[in-house]
Every structure is written in C-alpha cells, then in structure tokens.
Design a protein around this ligand. Structure first.
Ligand SMILES: NC(=O)C1=CN([C@@H]2O[C@H](COP(=O)(O)OP(=O)(O)OC[C@H]3O[C@@H](n4cnc5c(N)ncnc54)[C@H](O)[C@@H]3O)[C@@H](O)[C@H]2O)[C@@H](O)CC1
Ligand SMILES: Nc1ncnc2c1ncn2[C@@H]1O[C@H](COP(=O)(O)OP(=O)(O)O)[C@@H](O)[C@H]1O
Ligand SMILES: [K+]
Length: 483
C-alpha cells in the first residue's frame, strides 16, 4: 500500500492544463463520479437531493452530477446560487440536459424540500477569499439544513492549500475530492470540515508523477518497522538517552522514557536535571534514571521534556548522533540565537517537534500566522534549522529540509492533554533506536501516536480523559499487531 500524494492548487492547475482536451472531459468524469457516490449515499429509494451550484467549475461539477442523478430517477433540485451561465461547456450541456428532462432549478434555498442529501458544489479549489454575499449565505443554508452533506472536491470556504476557513465554510459529512488529495482537506479547519474523504482520481492517477507532499496513513506506514528477528538481543534495538525533568517536571522526561521503552527502544537512559529526582520509576523500573551527564552513551538523544532552563539544548547540539528537540529545548533555541549556527551545522540528523506556540517562537511570529499556513510554516522551520520538523496539532505536518512534506491523518482531540507531546518525543527516539532514518522515524512515530489515540477512542477510552499513558500502552499494542 503506497502513501497517497497531496497536490496543491498550483500543481492541480498544471494537471488541469495538461488534460484540458481529455476525453471524456475531466468535469464530466468528476460530475459522474459525484452522482455515483451521491446515489450510493442517498440509497436507491432515497429522499430528495438538493444540489447547490456555485459560479465556477465546482458548480460545473454540480450541474453534471445533477444531470446524471436526474437521469437515474432521483428527485433533484438545483439551487443555482449566482444564476450565471456555467463557464465550462460540459456544465452548460449538463444544465441544458437537466432542464430538458424537466429538472427543477431554483434561485433561493428550497425551504419546502426536506433533502436526504445536500451536495455542496458552491466553491472548490478556486476559493481564495472570504466568502461573501449570496455565496456566504448559501454556505450557511447548507450547514443549517440538518441533512447529510456531500462536498464536491473540498468543503466550500476551506482553502485547498492551507485548510483555513477564512469565513463561512461548509461542514461536510463526506467529501469527494478529484484528481488527488489536497493538503487543505487534512489540516487546520479542513480536518473538522471535510468529513470522510473519498478520492476519485478521474483515471489520471498513474499519470500524475511525483509530488512534494504525501499523506501519512497508519496502514501504509506500519510496514516501515521490520518485524523482530528471532535472534534479536537488547543491543539490537539501540539505546536512547533523554535529557529533561527539571524540578517540578520530572514526569515529562519519565513519560518520554516510558513511551520509548514501550514502543521498542532496547534501553532507555533518562537524565534528570532535578537534584531531588526519584531513583527509579516504580511503574517502569526498566528505565535507568541518571544524572544528565550519564545518558550520553546512546544511539539517539531526546532533549527538552521538562528540561526547564537547563543546558539540555547545548548538550544535544554537541551530540554526534540523531537528536530530537522538544518543549523547553525548542524554547531555548528560539530565545538564544547563538544556538542556531551550531545546530544548522550538525552532521547527524536533527528533529524538532514544535506545537504551534513553540513554532511561533522559533519563527519569531504569532500562532495565528503559523496556523494560517501550517505547511509553509513547517517547511520554513525545516529549512531554517536544517531539521526534520513536525508541526503538531490537528493534521500534524511533517516537513523536511529538501522541501517535501507529509500530513498525518491519525489522531483526535483526545490528544489535547498534557504529556502526549512528551510521549511523542519518546516514540520518535525509539524509532531512531530501531534503525529508521530520521525522516521515517519522525513520520512513523507521529502516525503511530495518532493511531494509538484513535484506537483508544474506538474502544471508549477518551477522547475525554484520554491520557498520555493510555496512548503509550495502545501504541505498544499497535506496533505488535498484524495488518
Ligand atoms: N482542476 C481540474 O482539472 C478540475 C476541476 N474541477 C472543478 O473545478 C473546481 C475549480 O473551479 P474554479 O477554478 O472555477 O473555482 P471554484 O469553482 O472553486 O470557484 C471560483 C468561482 O467562485 C468565485 N469565488 C471564489 N472565491 C469566492 C468567494 N470567496 N466568494 C465569492 N465568490 C468567490 C470566483 O470568482 C469564481 O467565479 C475544482 O474544485 C473542481 O470542483 C473538476 O471539474 C475536475 C477537473
Ligand atoms: N485536536 C487534535 N487532534 C489531533 N491531535 C492533536 C490535537 N490536539 C493535540 N494533538 C496532538 O497532541 C500532542 C500534543 O503535544 P504538546 O502540545 O507538545 O503537548 P504536551 O507538551 O502537553 O505533551 C501532539 O502530538 C499534537 O499533534
Ligand atoms: K465544494
């Protein structure tokens, strides 16, 4: 199973140009696919379908879908939001065919119809500004309909590149997206607005070539970790060092350590800055709790969980093997410009794990600016720090210094609780210890961490009250489970 590609607006426009003379035309393929999915959602004898058509080619897809649905005897009403003639010739033909068959077209929301399905063809990837006027009103009416909503290509009002809802945006139950997955479906507000995403590649899949972005799905990613060999020994899976746990925050470093142990690190040494730190962790006595200077004989290092104002960052930068910088080490990096040059010059891999607040400090901006374009923000950090970066939060972005990126599809709001970030840092360290290279160790751990949270919620543990410790145990079950 390969990872689905992500294409942004500019990349999609190139595809559109390349295939503008395709037969059948792409819009015909998109509209037909929309009708097929809509019919299966509405059911054979389903109730009326309201199709909302906007002024651009997304509306064009809606007209083609209306034509096919009417031909297959569904009760269809098209709400023509702007009343302008469709631009694309296939949409014009579809509108005519639909009218010739006696199809209903209205210029106001059809309040007397109780639809079993609403199809959102208001705005697609061409939506680049705040929805206004009749467009904004149509979006609000769709959301107020109470019916199941199928969005065509992307929920109207969501930016296809960034996932940002600038203003009104449709909340879809399903989205049928065309040609390729778009980043905005899976990050930022897009996570909340897209519902279940279905892809129809309009038969172009094999011809799209390489892309800069991909999606992280657990079913594809899980194969990256090799099964354990029968003759494995504890030295086969590496030693992780962890620097953190200043006074009052020892738990953060211990959580990272437990996560690393339980997701496969051979040995875990936890260097605690708190002078009065406990001698061992009763819940995981396998963890070796030590002084920070005594954890550096390791294959990889995680620095930052609860490290406070300690020298963890400087120690990590000087470490000659892969490092993961989290939490306080990221704040230290943001505050002290002197660390930047030696960090950038490191020969071994660096991984950074900022949440949007930490990212804002690293890029000297505010959280809003980070969230306004999460992919660009993550790529900028990757370039500026010569590091593999995960920008955390719904739809985590994994970005690399070579300009490639991935969006994670796993995880849920149950993860929004203290300690889950520490657990993630430990999991990344464990994957480095088990031989994954830095980009894969990072992507694998991010996807695993979210998949574990999803598995917890699926069996009723969370989202409310889900803890990092629950996620860690579930992650262990997942790395040991069969596909
Ligand atoms: N790229 C392709 O090759 C294909 C594109 N198709 C469809 O075409 C869509 C893109 O079509 P368009 O480029 O025409 O763009 P859209 O249909 O997404 O929207 C653009 C239209 O809405 C207006 N508009 C945009 N933002 C607005 C706002 N915020 N408030 C009010 N009006 C606004 C624009 O002035 C323009 O008239 C895709 O999402 C997809 O649904 C499909 O037919 C399949 C093939
Ligand atoms: N709404 C959400 N959906 C999915 N994942 C989330 C959500 N909120 C938080 N997370 C994840 O939870 C983790 C939180 O990390 P972080 O903010 O560093 O927390 P802490 O420092 O308290 O451990 C990250 O992996 C983040 O991606
Ligand atoms: K749409």
């Amino acid at each position: 199973m390969s990872a689905p590609a992500l294409l942004n607006n500019a990349e999609l426009r190139v595809v559109e140009q390349r295939f503008r003379d395709a037969s059948p035309p792409l819009m015909e393929r998109a509209g037909r696919a929309s009708a097929v999915l809509a019919a299966s959602i509405a059911g054979e004898r389903g109730g009326p379908i309201v199709i909302v058509a906007g002024p651009g080619n997304n509306g064009g897809d809606a007209w083609v879908a209306a034509q096919h649905l009417a031909q297959s005897f569904h009760r269809v009403t098209v709400f023509d939001v702007m009343g302008t003639a469709p631009r694309a010739s296939e949409a014009v033909a579809a509108k005519a065919a639909y009218g010739a068959g006696g199809g209903t077209v209205v210029r106001e929301w059809p309040a007397s119809v109780r639809p079993s399905l609403v199809i959102d063809g208001v705005l697609g990837i061409g939506s680049t500004r705040v929805p206004e006027g009749a467009i904004a009103a149509a979006i609000e009416r769709i959301n107020a309909s109470g019916a199941r909503v199928l969005a065509l290509d992307i929920a109207s009002g969501i930016d296809a590149d960034t996932g940002v809802a600038r203003g009104a945006a449709v909340r879809a139950d399903d989205t049928l997206t065309f040609i390729a997955m778009k980043p905005g479906l899976f990050t930022g507000d897009g996570v909340e607005h897209s519902g279940v995403v279905h892809l129809d590649d309009l038969d172009l899949g094999a011809e799209l070539g390489e892309s800069r972005g991909m999606l992280l799905e657990w079913e594809a990613v899980r194969a990256w970790l090799e099964p354990r060999r029968a003759n494995a020994h504890k030295g086969s899976h590496g030693t992780l060092g962890i620097l953190g746990g200043a006074a009052g925050m020892t738990g953060a470093a211990i959580l990272a350590g437990r996560a690393a142990l339980r997701t496969g690190a051979g040995k875990v040494l936890v260097g605690l800055y708190d002078e009065r730190a406990p001698a061992f962790d009763p819940e995981a006595p396998e963890l070796m709790l030590r002084k920070p200077a005594d954890v550096l004989d390791a294959d990889a290092l995680v620095a930052g969980p609860g490290s406070g104002s300690s020298p963890a960052l400087a120690t990590a930068i000087a470490f000659e093997k892969p490092i993961v910088l989290d939490a306080d080490s990221l704040n230290d990096l943001a505050k002290n410009a002197a660390h930047r040059k030696p960090l950038k010059a490191r020969k071994a891999a660096t991984i950074l794990t900022p949440h949007p607040g930490e990212a804002a400090r690293l890029l000297n901006t505010d959280t809003k600016a980070i969230q306004a374009d999460r992919i660009a923000s993550a790529l900028r950090m990757a370039e500026e720090f010569n590091a593999h970066v995960v920008l955390k939060g719904a739809g985590s972005i994994v970005a690399h210094p070579d300009g490639t990126y991935a969006i994670n599809t796993t995880g849920n709001p149950g993860l929004a609780s203290g300690g889950t970030g520490d657990a993630l840092a430990g999991m990344i360290g464990a994957m480095l210890c088990q031989g994954l290279d830095a980009p894969r160790a990072l992507a694998f751990a991010v996807c695993l961490h979210g998949a574990a949270a999803d598995a917890c919620v699926a069996r009723g543990v969370g989202p409310v009250g889900l803890t990092a410790s629950d996620v860690i145990l579930e992650a262990r079950a997942l790395v040991n489970s069969e596909p």
